[in-house]
Design a protein around this ligand. Structure first.
Ligand SMILES: [Zn+2]
Ligand SMILES: [Zn+2]
Length: 374
């Protein structure tokens, strides 16, 4: 990114923070949390302690960070080095990212930037300009990515409330500002789980390691009568619903399922896992020392904000999280992929000068698909 583009982004971010301070708050129990931030073209500054909104707002105005983070963990001494912080407990967090869903549409909104000459192409074989074979991957998300990610979020919410008994008021779903969702659980009952217990919980949610024995099939002695009913709670009921389909208990389907034997049953479970297991990133859930993007802050990978999704069914990140103003800006855009922001489609652009609203200019510059003109 050119220096003038960095200055342009800093200016745009500063203006955003100045105009939106009323929506940017420290989370609950701020003095027990670790905060961190990054500036453009520089490393992470961590182990910061902030007591209130005023201190946060001062940091935003003086440092003009590209990204702002806050721990899900609560510590006695959040500003000391990690081993001296004295970890108390941590909110439970889940990460669902469109990238991890491996959808067909991804190739339509992914392009590659040559790391030597910065040429941007649709495929990553050899750079037509300089012959290099090293590329940086640039991707955007489309409506389908959001719809499919939202389905995963809904599957997760069902398990959290139905299986784990977490109240929906204790769950907050956020758009991450780029390609996915962060789900924060503040339920007291789950805050003191350690990393290993969180990993087990992630396995449960992803339907990892399910064994045929749980559903009545064993290597020695199978019992069709132990096959679950569709109205059972948890994974037994979910598996029964997937296999039986309707509300009636079909002995014919169960008979067929059991007749294949243990290994066929095991393969069937593995197949179902791909469909009904929730595709969360387990590494995020089990990390109890991580710092997460702060609600209301801008994600510098896109220029969109991390915001609360009030209604998942109607949520449109391309409008609702696009909070930078619309003053016209001239950029040199080189974007073989098109994208939508608000109700407008942008691109594709081939090394051309275009005049676009500031939020679209910020989006392209953050993605590495444009440089500002002045
Ligand atoms: Zn090149
Ligand atoms: Zn997509």
């Amino acid at each position: 990114m050119l220096d003038k583009s960095v200055r342009f982004l800093e200016e745009a971010f500063k203006e955003y923070y100045f105009n939106n301070l009323q929506i940017i708050h420290v989370p609950t129990r701020p003095s027990e949390r670790e905060f961190g931030y990054q500036k453009f073209n520089s490393g992470m500054t961590r182990h910061i302690s902030l007591k209130n909104d005023n201190e946060l707002h001062l940091l935003l105005m003086t440092q003009v960070p590209s990204d702002v983070y806050c721990s899900n963990a609560y510590y006695s001494f959040p500003n000391l080095p990690m081993q001296e912080k004295d970890w108390k407990e941590a909110d439970l967090i889940f990460d669902i990212d469109a990238k991890d869903l491996h959808l067909d549409c991804r190739k339509e909104h992914t392009c590659y930037k040559c790391t030597s000459c910065k040429e941007i192409t649709n495929d990553q074989t050899t750079c037509s300009e300089c012959g290099s074979s090293k590329f940086e991957t640039i991707s955007t998300v489309c409506e389908r990515c959001i719809t499919e990610s939202t389905k995963e979020v809904k599957k997760l919410l069902e398990i959290l409330t139905d299986d784990l008994g977490i109240k929906s008021q204790e769950i907050a779903v956020y758009f991450s500002g780029n390609e996915g969702f962060h789900i924060h659980v503040t339920s007291k009952g789950y805050q003191n789980l350690d990393s290993r217990e969180r990993a087990e919980l992630a396995d449960y949610i992803m339907f990892n390691g399910a064994i045929p024995e749980t559903f009545g099939m064993s290597k020695q002695k199978s019992s069709k009568a132990s096959f679950p009913h569709i109205d059972e709670k948890g994974w037994r009921g979910r598996i029964a619903k997937e296999i039986l389909g309707s509300k009636t208990r079909s002995s014919k389907i169960i008979q067929e399922l059991f007749s294949g034997g243990y290994s066929v049953f095991q393969l069937k479970l593995e197949d179902l896992k791909q469909r009904i297991g929730v595709r969360i990133d387990p590494k995020v859930t089990m990390d109890v020392h991580r710092i997460f993007r702060l609600e209301g802050s801008i994600n510098s990978k896109s220029g969109l904000s991390k915001i609360l999704c009030k209604d998942l069914d109607t949520f449109d990140p391309f409008s609702e999280a696009c909070l930078i103003d619309d003053k016209k800006v001239e950029v040199i855009a080189n974007s073989p992929i098109s994208f939508r922001l608000k109700d407008e489609k942008y691109g594709p652009y081939i090394n051309e000068k275009v005049s676009v609203p500031k939020y679209a200019a910020v989006y392209m510059i953050c993605k590495g698909l444009a440089e500002v003109l002045q």
